[in-house]
Design a protein around this ligand. Structure first.
Ligand code: FES
Length: 162
């Protein structure tokens, strides 16, 4: 099975799970992203076809929501909160440090596909600012040292598994 046909087949299964219901488009896209970690173009095409929704409309929805990514993302998603409370507590320096540590800018993924970096608005933990969320884990009162420690831990984990 080619990569394209396997993406299409997986997408069709997801659409079927949602009863081929046009109104479930967002839920379908969430499941596709949950499966592939991003929204492959072939999956968007297959979803549109199976749901009877034009590709242009599927694409419009996929690009409207920040939670969706059209580019492959890393194994770990690093989100730096740039909301007001975090900003006044030095989020910009944390972002700078994170960019230098991972050698990528927001919106990019490391060449080994380990980390993707994103900036987000308030993640609802203002009292802990500056906040960095890695996958689903919140890291509060971030400092330069903490960036090194946390990213170092993730890199170690990867090295132990390989
Ligand atoms: S501004 Fe960062 S958690 Fe609210």
């Amino acid at each position: 099975m080619t990569k394209t046909s396997s993406i299409a087949a997986t997408t069709k299964t997801i659409v079927k799970k949602h009863g081929r219901d046009k109104s479930a488009l967002i839920a379908v896209l969430q499941d596709i992203q949950g499966t592939f970690n991003y929204l492959p173009k072939d999956a968007l095409k297959a979803a549109g076809k199976s749901l009877g929704i034009p590709f242009s409309r599927v694409y419009e929805v996929a690009t409207f929501y920040n939670a969706f990514s059209l580019k492959p993302r890393g194994e770990h998603i690093v989100k730096i909160c740039m909301g007001t409370a975090c900003h006044v507590r030095g989020a910009a320096s944390i972002q700078d440090k994170m960019e230098r540590t991972l050698c990528i800018k927001p919106g990019e993924t490391t060449p080994d596909n380990k980390f993707s970096l994103e900036t987000v608005n308030c993640v609802g933990a203002c009292a802990l600012g500056p906040v960095v969320v890695i996958d689903t884990e919140y890291h509060g009162q971030m400092t330069m040292n903490k960036v090194d420690k946390i990213i170092g831990k993730f890199k170690e984990e990867g090295a132990q598994q390989s």
